[in-house]
Design a protein around this ligand. Structure first.
Ligand SMILES: Cc1cc2nc3c(=O)[nH]c(=O)nc-3n(C[C@H](O)[C@H](O)[C@H](O)COP(=O)(O)OP(=O)(O)OC[C@H]3O[C@@H](n4cnc5c(N)ncnc54)[C@H](O)[C@@H]3O)c2cc1C
Length: 377
C-alpha cells in the first residue's frame, strides 16, 4: 500500500480527490491535511464580497470530498516536512508518514508596516482561507461608524485581485451604509494597472474604476500604515480610514525552514511534471508552486494543474514515469467590477457587461456544485 499525502486542500487537490473518487486505486491510501473542512474557491470571492452570495456558496466541502475519495482527512495545518525521514509534522503534534506527498497550500502576502496609533482598519486579502473572518470583522467595525460622515477606502495593489476586490467591497459598503460618503483610491506600484493584461481589458478596468468613483495612483508603492493614512515608498502620505491590502502573493513562511527548494518569492520550485526539483515523489501545484516559466497567481492555473497532478501522483505511487504538464498559453480572466457587472479578459481581447457577470456566476456555481453534495431539505 502506497501512502499518498495531500497537504492543503486547494483547487488542484480538490480535482485530485475528485479523480480518485471517480477512479479509486485500491493500492493507494490517501491522507489529506487541511486547516479547515471547507476551502475557499477564489472565483466566487468577489460575488461574496459584493454581498451577492452567501459565504457557503464560495466554499468547497473538503470533508465530503475526502469521504467520496475514501481519503482520511486530518484537520490541522502542516508546519514542517522532513524530506529524508518522509514525514510531515502538523500543528497539533501529529506526524504523518508518506511515500508520495503533494503541496497545494496557496499563498499569503507581506503585510504593511504599521507605525503609531489610530491606524486605518486593515483588510489583508490573503491568505484566502481566512479572508471571511477578516471581512466579517471589518463589516462589524463599519456597522459602528457614525452616519453622515465620509470614509476613505484605499486599495493597495493594482493587479486583478486588487482592482476587483476594491470595487466589490465599495459596492457592498455603499449598499449597506448609503448614509456614509464612501471614497475609493487605488495605489499601484506599477506604471499601469493589470500589467499582465492586454490594452483593451486594461482600459475597460480603468473605466470601471472611474465609474465606481475610484481615483487611481500609479507608480505609488503603499508601504506603511500611519495615523489615519498610509505612506508610500517615496514618502508621500495618503489619507485612509480603511486599507485593502492586495499586494503580490508570497509563499508561506514555514516553507523557508524546510529542505524544499524555493524561489525568490518563497514558492516551491517544480519541474514541468509538477514534481519538486531535486525531491523525488514530492509534488507542488497552484500558487505555492514555482513553475518555469513563471505563471500568474490565479486559481485558474491551480484548476488546470489538478487533473494532471492526479495522474502524475498515481504514476509516482506506481513507480511509473511522470508526464510533463503544459501550461495554457492564454487563460480567460473574469473580473467583477461591482454592481452586477464584470470584464472578460483573454490576451488582447476584452469585453464587459452584465451578461459577463452572469456568465462568471454560472461558471463558478457549476465549479462549486461539482464538489459539494446538494443541500438537504
Ligand atoms: C481577493 C482575491 C480574489 C481572487 N479572485 C480570483 C479569481 O476571480 N480568479 C482566479 O483565477 N484567481 C483569483 N485569485 C487568485 C486565487 O485566489 C489563487 O490563485 C488561488 O486561490 C490559488 O489556488 P491554490 O489551489 O493554489 O490555493 P488556495 O485556493 O489558496 O488553497 C490552499 C488551501 O491550503 C490550505 N492551507 C494553507 N496552509 C496550509 C497548511 N500549512 N496545512 C494545510 N492546509 C493549508 C488553505 O486553507 C487552503 O484551503 C484571487 C485572489 C485574491 C486574494
Amino acid at each position: 500500500m502506497q501512502q499518498l499525502l495531500l497537504i492543503g486542500a486547494g483547487h488542484a487537490h480538490a480535482l485530485v480527490l475528485e479523480a480518485f473518487a471517480q477512479q479509486p486505486a485500491s493500492d493507494i491510501s490517501i491522507t489529506v491535511v487541511s486547516d479547515s473542512p471547507l476551502a475557499a474557491y477564489s472565483g466566487s470571492i468577489p460575488a461574496w464580497l459584493a454581498g451577492e452570495c452567501a459565504l457557503r456558496d464560495t466554499q468547497i466541502d473538503v470533508a465530503a470530498l475526502s469521504q467520496r475519495a475514501n481519503a482520511r482527512l486530518i484537520l490541522s495545518p502542516a508546519s514542517s516536512i522532513n524530506t529524508q525521514a518522509r514525514y510531515v509534522a502538523l500543528a497539533n503534534g501529529l506526524r504523518v508518514n508518506f511515500d508520495v506527498a503533494s503541496f497545494n497550500i496557496g499563498s499569503t502576502l507581506t503585510p504593511p508596516k504599521q507605525l503609531g496609533e489610530s491606524l486605518p482598519k486593515l483588510l489583508a486579502m490573503r491568505p484566502l482561507s481566512s479572508l471571511h473572518q477578516r471581512w466579517q470583522a471589518l463589516q462589524h467595525d463599519v456597522s459602528h461608524l457614525p452616519s453622515d460622515g465620509a470614509q476613505r477606502v484605499v486599495g493597495v495593489g493594482g493587479g486583478a485581485a486588487g482592482c476587483e476586490t476594491l470595487m466589490s467591497v465599495l459596492a457592498q459598503l455603499r449598499q449597506q451604509h448609503p448614509d456614509i460618503n464612501w471614497q475609493g483610491h487605488l495605489l499601484s506600484a506599477a506604471k499601469e494597472l493589470l500589467p499582465d493584461a492586454g490594452r483593451l481589458p486594461r482600459w475597460l478596468t480603468k473605466r470601471a474604476l472611474s465609474k465606481a468613483g475610484i481615483t487611481v495612483h500609479c507608480e505609488q508603492r503603499g508601504e506603511t500604515l500611519v495615523e489615519d493614512g498610509i505612506t508610500t515608498q517615496d514618502g508621500k502620505r495618503i489619507d485612509a480610514n480603511i486599507v485593502l491590502w492586495a499586494t503580490g502573493a508570497v509563499g508561506h513562511s514555514w516553507l523557508a525552514g524546510t529542505a524544499l527548494p524555493l524561489d525568490q518569492h518563497g514558492f516551491i520550485r517544480v519541474d514541468n511534471t509538477l514534481e519538486v526539483t531535486g525531491q523525488p515523489n514530492i509534488f507542488a501545484a497552484g500558487d505555492c508552486a514555482a513553475f518555469t516559466p513563471a505563471l500568474p497567481n490565479a486559481g485558474v492555473y491551480a484548476v488546470r494543474m489538478g487533473p494532471h497532478l492526479a495522474d502524475n501522483l498515481r504514476r509516482a505511487c506506481h513507480g511509473e514515469p511522470l508526464a510533463p504538464w503544459q501550461p495554457p498559453k492564454r487563460v480567460l480572466a473574469l473580473i467583477g467590477t461591482g454592481g452586477g457587472r464584470a470584464i472578460a479578459s483573454r490576451g488582447a481581447m476584452g469585453f464587459s457587461g452584465r451578461w459577463v457577470w452572469q456568465w462568471k456566476r454560472r461558471i463558478d456555481a457549476r465549479f462549486i456544485a461539482r464538489f459539494n453534495p446538494p443541500f438537504e431539505g
